[in-house]
Design a protein around this ligand. Structure first.
Ligand code: URA
Length: 442
């Protein structure tokens, strides 16, 4: 194929035909187009954009560059959730078994974290024996049998996205709404879903920092998802404060299980109202989208009753065993207060109300403790992180714990503690509390 005229056409702001897009993705995946030419095309797209038909063609061509999951006919709808990533976002862990118990099939194909955002697979890798790399046949079989799986993409799924994402990363073309939309949705479309809920974060620790940008991305993804036959809705959620009270891979896995365990609440240390409400909210949207519930209020109650029944906790164990975990080892690890070498507490210097808890700073500290990756190749320390985070609006007394730092050694714990002092602000009056879910886009 002569790719140059297509690059020139996009450079001049012209519209590409669907067949042209399909062909160049096919040729690129077959290594017949060099990286430097694809990087030039990506830059042209970055500046000129893609219209809805072009974005659809790109998304479908990327989906079809590899294997697509094929499920037998079944009355249980296929559903999933995608989050654009944030600090403390472990929603997927309790959500998958909850959805399975609500009568869905959940082929949740997740990713790893980079920089300050954690990845679901990294959290799962902190669970003894848990396997995240499964062949397509095993993914389908597990979903059919127990209702849910959380695993990584196989090498044969969406290979075009893997290669294009690496080029975008190296060519400054990541922040392009059509490219992000195609990248995220091509991976979700591989799952052959009936319905999808997208959690698009905004705020200081989010990929899209402003609500306006998050809304633009959410609208593009909702439109495309629906056009491709998946009932898609998006929620815009606040990522200025960490979600839940823990950040760091094992601490988050533990908090996800605590949510499944503590049912209607639990001790103050374990209570994570925002996490619980987001898990239930995602489930409720999917119940309505698939017409298993008539209204969001009914759906919310249905999801809450299911969570409170304890069935999703049992389903979680079932999923763990199906994916290689030794439950005894897992429960022993769960019983430990910490698996890190050192734990220190950050104390409040005065009494008052927590008025700020900066998610970006907490994310950076966790990454620098070894809990996140600076590059794709970085090794992770699963045991480090921050927990018992005091959340905005909460009353704290002088010397109360604002958070605990789990570190590999004393020096790192002290350095993290010094940095975290500026994370929290305490005011005399309770602060106004922005809603966690700012908007729903259907
Ligand atoms: N996540 C993805 O999978 N792709 C993007 O382009 C951005 C975030």
């Amino acid at each position: 194929m002569n790719f140059l005229p297509l690059i020139e056409a996009k450079r001049e702001g012209k519209t590409l035909a669907s067949e042209q897009i399909q062909e160049f993705i096919r040729e690129f995946a077959a290594r017949k187009i060099p990286d430097y030419q694809m990087a030039a095309m990506l830059m042209a797209i970055y500046f000129r954009g893609l219209d809805s038909a072009e974005t659809t063609a790109l998304t479908l061509a990327m989906r079809d560059s590899g294997d697509v999951l094929k499920f037998p006919k079944d009355k249980r709808p296929l559903v999933d959730k995608h989050s654009t990533g944030g600090i403390g976002d472990k929603v997927s862990l309790p959500l998958a078994p909850l959805l399975a118990c609500l009568g869905f099939r959940v082929p949740m194909i997740s990713g790893r974290g980079l920089g300050i955002t954690g990845g679901t697979l990294d959290k799962l890798d902190s669970i003894p024996g848990f396997k995240t790399l499964l062949p397509a046949e095993k993914i389908v079989a597990q979903v059919q049998e127990i209702g849910c799986v959380i695993c990584g993409q196989t090498d044969r799924m969406v290979p075009a996205d893997k290669k294009i994402y690496a080029l975008r990363d190296a060519s400054g073309t990541v922040p392009s709404i059509p490219l992000i939309t195609a990248s995220i949705l091509s991976k979700k479309l591989v799952e052959n879903l009936d319905a999808l809920v997208l959690d698009v974060k905004f705020g200081c620790a989010a990929f899209m920092q402003t609500k306006a940008d998050a809304r633009k991305l959410a609208k593009a993804m909702v439109m495309l998802g629906n056009k491709c036959g998946v009932n898609t809705c998006a929620i815009l959620t606040d990522m200025n404060t960490p979600l839940g009270r823990a950040g760091g891979n094992w601490l988050e896995a533990k908090e996800g299980v605590a949510l499944l365990d503590c049912r209607t609440g639990g001790t103050p240390v374990l209570r994570c109202d925002d996490l619980r409400s987001l898990v239930l909210g995602c489930a409720a949207h999917l119940l309505v989208q698939t017409r298993k519930s008539k209204s969001l209020a009914t759906a919310h109650k249905q999801a809450e009753d299911c969570l409170n029944s304890g069935a999703p906790r049992k389903k979680w164990d079932e999923m763990l065993v199906a994916q290689g975990t030794d439950l005894k080892a897992f429960n022993q690890k769960l019983a430990l207060d910490s698996t890190a070498s050192v734990v220190v507490e950050l104390k409040a210097e005065k009494s008052g109300f927590v008025s700020k808890c900066d998610a970006r700073l907490i994310g950076e500290v966790i990454r620098d403790l070894g809990g996140g990756r600076l590059t794709k190749e970085s090794a992770i320390n699963y045991d480090v992180g921050v927990d018992q985070i005091a959340k905005p609006g909460e009353r704290v007394e002088k010397s109360a714990t604002l958070c605990r730092i789990h570190a590999a050694d004393k020096a790192q714990a002290e350095a993290a503690s010094a940095r975290l002092e500026t994370t929290f602000e305490i005011s005399a009056k309770p602060p106004g509390k922005p809603p966690l879910v700012a908007e729903v886009i259907r």
